[in-house]
Design a binder for this molecule. Structure first.
Ligand code: FAD
Ligand code: FES
Length: 288
């Protein structure tokens, strides 16, 4: 398999500067001094992160780099919900703790000028968007930036205040109607409408991305989607993160690795019916 041409990954012990609840359900903001990773990371890239003072789990967990502090560019931010052993341990980190980071990994989003940049997030899928919003403002100043942020209920709407502080227009959707539009984020997108020149970026659970692909139809090729595949190594060694994609004219499709060729894919390339929603071959849930 051909390897993408990227700078070598870095293994760095990030020092925890602060860890605090995000104010939304089970969500933690972790700021780390990690000069070498912070200097190289681009929006949509991720790190494999593991709290070193704990023996278990010994494999890092993939987390998007949510932001780099413009006032101190050696400091990066991770934002995550605690769903299992790995993320629960990371949520226990205290100032001064060392977190092993391997990264920056993956391809990241491609930014090009557009009339409007629309960021579509399901739940914690919003994590890569503050850094993305910052880069869009830098590379396409003056363009409209909108984030459609969806969750089951209002406590699952993470990072809305941070995105607003970056000048992003945030429109929320909740299934139970507890905040914003009542319905899912794809229905919210339908209500928002799109300019012909809109550029779309999406991140969230597979079911949301598959529904978005159905909604966009042929135009889903122009939407960049960051996939949350299960990962064990993060750099192409274990095949835990295989997904099925197809290029125009290709029947059946072929396999690519979400950690190497992704995690960002043209949404229209992903064959959801042939991509296992949860690949646990190399790292079962609750595993190492
Ligand atoms: C490139 C990438 C970037 C990510 N960025 C973030 C982020 O910024 N913030 C964040 O909160 N999460 C993010 N995730 C998801 C995160 O990696 C998982 O939640 C984490 O690995 C779970 O590990 P655990 O040990 O806590 O839970 P486990 O015990 O491994 O699993 C607990 C539960 O979560 C499910 N789960 C585990 N991993 C995933 C996954 N990758 N996708 C969907 N469900 C999963 C399991 O099926 C199980 O039900 C990202 C995933 C990828 C691939
Ligand atoms: S996570 Fe190991 S190959 Fe992708």
């Amino acid at each position: 398999m051909q390897q993408p041409d990227r700078p070598p990954m870095i293994v760095e012990e990030g020092v925890v500067l602060g860890s605090r609840p995000a104010g939304t359900a089970d969500c933690t903001l972790l700021s780390l001094r990690s000069p070498r990773v912070a200097a190289r990371v681009r929006p949509g890239q991720f790190v494999m992160a593991r709290l070193l003072r704990r023996d278990f789990p010994y494999l890092g967990r993939p987390l998007s780099v949510a932001d780099v502090d413009p006032a101190d560019p050696e400091v990066l931010l991770l934002v995550f919900t605690a769903v299992g052993a790995g993320t629960r341990r990371l949520a226990e980190a205290s100032p001064g703790d060392a977190v092993r980071l391997v990264g920056p990994l993956g391809n990241g989003f491609t930014i090009a000028p557009a009339a409007e940049h629309v960021l579509i997030a399901g739940g914690i899928g919003v994590a890569p968007f503050p850094l993305l919003a910052r880069y869009i403002a830098r590379l396409d100043p003056g363009a409209q930036r909108v984030c459609l942020l969806g969750a089951a209920t209002r406590t699952g709407l993470h990072l809305a205040a941070r995105l607003r502080a970056l000048g992003v227009v945030v429109e929320t959707a909740t299934l139970d109607g507890s905040e914003g539009f009542r319905g899912n984020v794809v229905e919210r997108l339908a209500a928002h409408g799109l300019h012909p020149g809109s550029r779309l970026y999406a991140c969230g659970p597979d079911a949301m991305l598959a529904a978005l692909a159905r909604h966009l139809g042929p135009t889903s090729d122009t939407c960049q989607a960051a996939l949350e595949a299960h990962m064990a190594c993060g750099f192409g060694a274990c095949n835990a993160c295989v997904i099925t994609v197809a290029d125009p004219g290709e029947s059946g499709g072929h396999h690519e690795l979400a950690c190497l060729q992704g995690p960002v894919f043209a949404l229209g390339r992903v064959r959801w019916e042939r991509t296992p929603p949860v690949c646990v071959a190399a790292r079962p849930s609750g595993g190492p």
